[in-house]
Design a protein around this ligand. Structure first.
Ligand code: HEC
Ligand code: HEC
Length: 209
């Protein structure tokens, strides 16, 4: 009798030990990281500029998903942003939390909702320009990198107004100008903007009123 009791107690202890092990192992699975990252992404405020599902927001921040940049580059951009994004130090956002955010962003599947297609969210987008996707992409680039100096509506601030000249300027000369900027204008190519980015932003500047 005593013996049976002892053995069932042992079995019980073993069962508990197993359950605990399973429980703690689970905390390190990928899905837990993704869930934590999803919460952090909202709490820390990434969504404010990059959209709830990383789709990007015109005038605020570029798309982060789907297919985010490599983890190391991602971390680097958050610690040392290239232009208008506020920097997040390890004090505000420790490495492990940043890794969770990356896990979340990397988990976002492509093409979830219509709001993920930038063109549909651009207010006043031209109905049928020659290359609609490029102009829409250019608008986002403009808002991100150029608006601070040239004004939200290209009315000019530190940089010259771009509303008046764009009609006479050829696409090619705007591209050249962005690639080889005049004094006072930030050189964004090729470190920040790719050839395609420059073409897109030039298309936007030229075609818009
Ligand atoms: C106030 C707006 C704002 C907030 C908040 C913000 N970002 Fe950004 N982010 C930007 C802008 C603008 C850029 C474009 C480059 C730059 O300014 O550094 C950018 C660029 C990036 C890039 C580089 C993308 C690329 O393809 O090169 C990453 C990665 C990124 N942000 C991640 C984050 C994460 C993660 C958070 C939250 C911890 C966050 N951002 C919060 C505005 C923001
Ligand atoms: C740091 C501020 C700054 C940023 C950022 C900036 N620019 Fe400029 N931009 C200037 C200044 C300053 C000039 C020269 C004004 C002058 O010499 O009259 C200029 C000139 C120009 C011109 C020539 C205008 C003319 O009348 O000849 C174009 C086009 C232009 N910028 C486009 C852009 C685009 C597109 C971007 C974003 C990719 C951009 N700029 C980013 C400051 C800036």
């Amino acid at each position: 009798m005593m013996r049976r009791c002892f053995y069932s107690l042992l079995a019980l202890i073993a069962a508990f030990a197993l359950m605990n092990q399973a429980g703690s192992a689970q905390q390190f699975t990928k899905s837990t990281n993704i869930e934590r990252g999803r919460t952090l992404y909202t709490d820390v405020g990434c969504y404010e500029c990059h959209g709830y599902s990383g789709q990007g927001a015109p005038g605020a921040g570029p798309a982060l998903a789907p297919d985010p940049i490599a983890a190391a580059a991602f971390r680097d951009r958050v610690r040392t942003p290239r232009a208008l994004m506020p920097a997040y130090s390890a004090v505000i956002l420790p490495d492990n939390q940043l890794d969770d955010i990356y896990a979340y962003v990397a988990s976002i599947p492509p093409g979830r909702a219509p709001d993920r297609i930038p063109l549909l969210t651009v207010p006043g987008a031209q109905p049928a320009p020659v290359r609609p996707a490029n102009v829409a992409a250019g608008k986002v680039i403009y808002a991100t990198y150029c608006a601070a100096c040239h004004g939200a509506n290209r009315e000019g601030q530190i940089g010259s107004p771009l509303q008046t000249q764009e009609i006479k300027r050829s696409l090619q000369s705007t591209i050249e100008l962005v690639k080889t900027p005049p004094p006072g204008m930030t050189k964004l190519y090729p470190a920040v903007l790719s050839d395609m980015d420059v073409e897109n932003v030039a298309a936007y500047v030229r075609q818009s009123r």
